[in-house]
Design a protein around this ligand. Structure first.
Ligand SMILES: NC(=O)c1ccc[n+]([C@@H]2O[C@H](COP(=O)([O-])OP(=O)(O)OC[C@H]3O[C@@H](n4cnc5c(N)ncnc54)[C@H](OP(=O)(O)O)[C@@H]3O)[C@@H](O)[C@H]2O)c1
Length: 331
């Protein structure tokens, strides 16, 4: 069922946004709405968007795991954002994500979509974690759909409410001395959430010659850093003295239990994510810098921005359900 405001009937320029209740999607919705875009949000629970008052936003009730809900949501659409994953489902996320992407790809081709924009994860090396492998597989399914697909791959996204950022925050805020597993030395390439949103919005204007055959863009800030560097920079900016002592023999299972102990709100997803921390997530192909007029902020700037938004109590800039849940859980 699609709820639309009568004053603005749907037009072919309307953009379909999946994951509109999620961390990235909810912020992208604000960005698109603030620009000149009309947006149709495909959501499982329309009530979750009841606070959105814009007349340029439609809400279509749908579920990527119920393919019969897709054709109506895609009617009249030329571009769709795919910002969904099943990590929180409690089921077999790899299976669910494969099914969701396959059904979405088929429906998109049938509906005549001209472009899909997907945000997945960076990951280098052979033995990718189940999570990163699955993100990669979703990208492949969408790029092979017959609909030109732009796939962005990002490492740690820095911004209040981002899962990986909240894990780092919880650990640094709570533990003056940390016995850290081997993965704290893994290299990543953090990017500020605002820069990720810039890429996603700019993807709408990418010439079709670039996107015609589908293209992968690896995106990241200018700094490569270990998770240890990231935690120490966070501590520095917060004025916290922290000591990290490496314990290389801490097993992935113990490491996961350790994370769950100190970041309880992420217990469900964290277990699956921690496996990914052993994989390096850095940009190898820098073509995004050539194709887009975007120069991402440094890691220090991204952290400063995330923290400043909190100190100024700018809920619009920082709030997201996970952050809210975190404060409820810990209060
Ligand atoms: N956040 C990061 O740090 C980060 C870093 C790199 C890449 N990415 C990528 O960015 C994308 C979005 O991630 P996120 O962090 O924004 O995720 P998120 O906050 O966990 O949001 C996931 C979204 O997916 C929706 N969803 C899940 N299953 C669905 C289904 N069957 N049908 C329709 N909607 C469904 C959820 O809707 P409900 O509200 O109904 O649950 C929610 O809106 C993912 O592809 C992720 O790999 C994120």
């Amino acid at each position: 069922m699609i709820e639309s405001r009568p004053s603005h009937p749907s037009t072919p320029e309307t953009v379909l946004l999946t994951g509109a209740t999620g961390y990235i999607g909810s912020r992208l919705l604000k960005r698109l709405d603030a620009g000149s875009h009309r947006v149709r949000c495909l959501v499982r629970h329309p009530d979750a968007l009841s606070s959105v008052e814009s007349t340029d936003v439609e809400v279509a009730e749908g579920d990527l795991l119920r393919p019969e809900t897709l054709p109506a949501a895609m009617r009249g659409i030329s571009t769709a954002y795919y910002l969904v994953h099943s990590m929180a489902s409690g089921g077999d996320f790899e299976l669910e994500d494969r099914k969701a992407a396959t059904d979405f790809a088929e429906a998109a081709l049938a509906a005549g979509l001209q472009r899909i924009v997907y945000l997945g994860g960076l990951g280098n090396g052979r033995q990718l974690s189940g999570h990163l492998q699955s993100r990669r597989e979703v990208g492949e399914i969408l790029r092979n759909s017959g609909v030109p697909t732009i796939e962005f791959r990002a490492s740690v996204v820095i911004g209040s409410g981002s899962l990986s950022f909240e894990m780092i925050r919880a650990l640094v805020e709570k533990l003056p001395v940390m016995l850290t597993p081997k993965w704290v030395h893994t290299q990543c390439q953090p990017i500020a959430v605002d820069d990720v949103l810039d890429y996603l919005v700019n993807a709408l204007d990418l010439p079709s010659s670039v996107s015609d055959h589908g293209q992968v863009f690896e995106i990241g800030g200018p700094d490569r850093a270990s998770y240890r560097d990231l935690m120490l920079e966070y501590a520095r900016q917060r004025g916290l003295k922290r000591m990290l002592i490496s314990v290389p023999l801490l097993s992935p299972r113990l490491s996961s239990l350790w994370l769950n102990l100190f970041t309880p709100v992420y217990a469900q997803i964290g277990r699956k994510l921690v496996e990914s921390l052993r994989n390096e997530t850095v940009v190898v192909d820098e073509s995004a810098l050539e194709s887009f007029p975007i120069r991402p902020r440094s890691m220090a700037d991204a952290l400063r921005r995330a923290l400043v938004n909190e100190e100024t109590g700018n809920p619009k800039a920082t709030a997201r359900s996970d952050t809210d849940k975190a404060s409820q859980t810990t209060s």
